[in-house]
Design a protein around this ligand. Sequence first.
Ligand code: HEM
Length: 201
Amino acid sequence: MGIFEEVKQKVEEILENAENLTGIGEKDLQTLKDKKDILISWSDELMDNFYRTLLNYPKTAKVFEKIPVERVKAKNKKWYEEVVSGKLDKNFYEFQFLVGLIHIYYGIENNVMIFMAQHLKSHFLNKAVETFETEEAIAVFKAFSKLVDFLIALTIEGYTFTLREALMDIAGYTSGLVDTMMGMKLEEIYRALREGLPERS
Ligand code: HEM
């Protein structure tokens, strides 16, 4: 199987997990579609706030020494507007894997992605509560949240996927050997933590 097919298969597996575990699906897309004009009208405010936070923290601001923040903001804005328009096809889910990889390429850590997803979702929730009746606000927030989490899940899986591919394709290890090495390290780290940490009652 070629790398493109492997990625497609991985995305399908993750989508199946998301559908079964979070219920992500057409209903969420319809919820967003129904409110799309209002949700799109929030995009400048959400994006300004998102990148202000990244620029105010030296560790994340560093990324924008290599690439203009306005360019990144414009891409993220386009992404947000596509998500809240609720008009997503299967290809969109695969595209999320690529978006995740782009962040890995720029050395953005998974924890930073998770925290910024939280940042975006919190701001979105505030706007939803200010704008809609409680039930509608909850539904819109849940739908948006599931799609953001899907991107984050793919980013995290993309990291492990790339690392495994590198070990197998470049270092020449078999999948079984990678698992064995992981298992051995896991055992060592597990023991060190069990011994190093005080018992919790
Ligand atoms: C919820 C979190 C995030 C979302 C939804 C998001 C979304 C996106 C999207 C959609 C793209 C464009 C992909 C493309 O079409 O080329 C992108 C690119 C990028 N993002 Fe993010 N991003 C997030 C977090 C971050 C963070 C935390 C940083 C920096 C610390 C960051 C920095 C970048 C950079 C440098 C690019 C590459 C732009 C380019 O090559 O033109 N992103 N992001």
